[in-house]
Design a protein around this ligand. Structure first.
Ligand code: AMP
Length: 306
C-alpha cells in the first residue's frame, strides 16, 4: 500500500490506473477505522482494481461547537488496517492541502439536508457534499462506497451525484454493529464504560420499533413513542431525534408504508451517536434491515490501538 498526502500524487496514481483500463474505487473516511470502515474497503477490494481510501477529518463538516478537536485520530492503526484490507492507496491530506485557500465554493443539496441531523447540524451536510465532490474530482472513481450507518449522508450524496451528473456509482454498504447491537462508530471510542453500556439503548429501541411495525403498527407517532420511551429509560442518553421518514426524500411520513427510514440520534456522554434501520412494508409483508454484526475478529482488530 502507498500512502500519499498530496493531491497531485493522488491524481497521478489514479490517472495512470484509469489510462491502463483499471477500475478505480474510492472509500472516503475520517479515519479511526473499525469493522464498518473495513467492510467498505473489503467490498471495494472485491469490485475494483485500484482501491483508494481517503482519510481526512474534514473541518468543513464540523460546526465551531462540535468535536473536531476531540475527533479520534490513529494514523498508525489506520495504516495497518487499510493495508490488511488490501487497499492500494491511502490518501492522507492536511487541511491546507485540501483547502489551500478559504473556500468560496460549496455544494449544497436542498431539502434532504434540512431534517434529521440537518436540524441540529445545519452546516454539516454542505461540508460533506463539498469534500466528497472534491474527492470524487481528485480520484475519478467509477465507484464510491458509503455506509448505511450514515443513511442521510448516503441519500444526500446520491442526490448530489444524480443532480450534477457525476460519473460515479454510489454503493451503499450494510450498517455494521458490535455484538451487543451498538452501531460501530469512531465516536464510540470516546465512551466510558457506563456510557458504552447505556448507548446500546439506541439499537434496542430500533429493535423494539421494528417489532411494533412487524406486529402491524403503521402510525409513525406510535413508533416515535416506542423509540423515545425506551431511550428515556437511560438517564445517560439524551435524545436528539427519533423519526420515521420516507427512505428516498427523507420527508416525515403520515403512515408507515413502502420504504421508510427509522432514524435516531442522541448524546451519550461527550459523543453524539446516530443509528437507523430501513423498513420495507409491502403487500407480502415487512422487511427490516438493521444491518449486520461484525465478526468477532473484525471488532478485535477495530479496537486495537484505541
Ligand atoms: P466516517 O469515517 O465516520 O466518516 O465514515 C466513513 C464511511 O464509513 C462512511 O461512508 C460511513 O457511513 C461508513 N461507516 C461508518 N460507520 C459504519 C458502520 N458502523 N457500518 C457501515 N459503515 C459505516
Amino acid at each position: 500500500m502507498i500512502t500519499v498526502s498530496r493531491v497531485h500524487e493522488l491524481r497521478t496514481h489514479c490517472d495512470d490506473a484509469r489510462a491502463a483500463g483499471r477500475r478505480v474505487g474510492l472509500v472516503p473516511t475520517m479515519g479511526a477505522f473499525h469493522a464498518g470502515h473495513r467492510s467498505l474497503m473489503r467490498l471495494a477490494r472485491a469490485e475494483c482494481d485500484l482501491v483508494v481510501v481517503s482519510l481526512f477529518v474534514n473541518p468543513l463538516q464540523f460546526a465551531p461547537n462540535e468535536d473536531l478537536d476531540r475527533y479520534p485520530r490513529d494514523l498508525e492503526g489506520d495504516t495497518e488496517a487499510a493495508a490488511a484490507e488490501g487497499v492500494d492507496l491511502l490518501f492522507t491530506p492536511t487541511d491546507d492541502e485540501m483547502y489551500p485557500q478559504p473556500i468560496r465554493t460549496t455544494v449544497h443539496v436542498d431539502g434532504l439536508t434540512a431534517g434529521l441531523c440537518g436540524r441540529s447540524r445545519p452546516t454539516h451536510f454542505d461540508g460533506v457534499t463539498t469534500v466528497v465532490a472534491k474527492l470524487l474530482s481528485m480520484v475519478g472513481p467509477c465507484r464510491a462506497y458509503f455506509g448505511r450507518k450514515d443513511a442521510q449522508q448516503l441519500a444526500v450524496v446520491r442526490r448530489m451525484v444524480a443532480d450534477l451528473d457525476l460519473a460515479v456509482e454510489i454503493v451503499g454498504c450494510p450498517l455494521v454493529r458490535e455484538a451487543d447491537g451498538l452501531a460501530m462508530s469512531s465516536r464510540n471510542r470516546a465512551l466510558d464504560a457506563d456510557d458504552r453500556r447505556a448507548a446500546t439503548v439506541l439499537s434496542r429501541a430500533l429493535q423494539a420499533a421494528a417489532s411494533a411495525i412487524v406486529d402491524g403498527e403503521r402510525d409513525p407517532d406510535a413508533v416515535h413513542r416506542v423509540l423515545a420511551g425506551l431511550i428515556a429509560t437511560e438517564p445517560r442518553v439524551r435524545l436528539d431525534y427519533a423519526e420515521v421518514v420516507d427512505a428516498g426524500e427523507l420527508a416525515p411520513v403520515t403512515r408507515i408504508d413502502g420504504d421508510v427510514l427509522v432514524a435516531v440520534a442522541a448524546h451519550v456522554g461527550a459523543a453524539r451517536l446516530i443509528d437507523n434501520m430501513t423498513v420495507s412494508v409491502g403487500a407480502t409483508g415487512v422487511d427490516v434491515d438493521l444491518g449486520v454484526v461484525a465478526q468477532e475478529s473484525e471488532s478485535e482488530v477495530s479496537c486495537a490501538g484505541s
